[in-house]
Design a protein around this ligand. Structure first.
Ligand code: MLT
Length: 217
């Protein structure tokens, strides 16, 4: 596994040893270089760890497969979240990060993989800043019967998790009802959740960045 993780395309900047690690997760069609630019606005002293999503759709980097816009292949979401958690365990050791806190920062598809990983691997991803994210495992959680992914979500202990979800009120790509259902699940599992809503749609507004900086502090 560690050889596979070493080959995972990613960017790493060590930052100051007493600063946290920002795990930067790009959106559809982005990459590690592009999303890492946001890290400086959040915490210029932080380490930056930015892997590249390895599910490719029409030449665009993504984190997992989707059946259509907003309809996710939840088996693939869970598998990719497992892979990302494995990569993060490897990276913490490889880059000698010790117990530096790690905060996942994702935009859009990157927010969705951050949220899925936080739901399935809270011991690896306990803090999340999600810009324009939604419930990434809703179809699995809603399906009847002993669905393995739904059961994993239902059994997840998020008592040590803290997340901030920043969304546009009229975002067709991250619909508010899905965000609200995600918040319900996160809180039921014990997470501390802050919601930041602004007028408008998909994206990262200046007010979102300012709210994320406040939340980090
Ligand atoms: C997703 O696929 O994760 C969301 O629909 C957002 C996006 O298009 O990246």
């Amino acid at each position: 596994m560690s050889a596979a993780n070493a080959q995972w395309p990613h960017l790493f900047r060590p930052g100051s040893v007493d600063a946290p690690v920002l795990l930067m997760l790009h959106g559809t069609g982005g990459d590690e270089q592009q999303i890492s630019g946001l890290a400086g606005a959040l915490d210029p002293r932080a380490a930056v760890l930015a892997p590249r999503g390895r599910a490719v759709e029409n030449g665009m980097n993504r984190w997992f497969r989707r059946l259509s816009e907003g309809v996710f292949d939840t088996d693939d979401v869970a598998r990719r979240a497992d892979d990302l958690a494995g990569f993060l365990v490897w990276a913490r050791e490889h880059y000698e990060l010790g117990d530096r806190p790690m905060i996942a920062v994702g935009f859009s598809n990157g927010a969705n993989i951050a949220l899925a990983t936080a739901l399935l691997h809270p011991e690896v991803v306990a803090r999340v800043i999600a810009f324009s994210g939604m419930h990434p495992l809703e179809r699995a959680a809603a399906s009847a019967g002993p669905d393995a992914i739904g059961a994993r979500v239902a059994a997840s202990d998020l008592a040590a998790s803290a997340l901030v979800l920043l969304n546009g009120e009229s975002d067709p790509m991250a619909p508010l009802p899905s965000v609200q259902r995600l918040i319900t699940v996160l809180e039921q599992r014990g997470a501390r959740v802050e919601q930041v809503l602004r007028p408008g749609g998909h994206g990262i507004a200046e007010t979102d960045v300012a709210a994320a900086v406040r939340w980090l502090a």
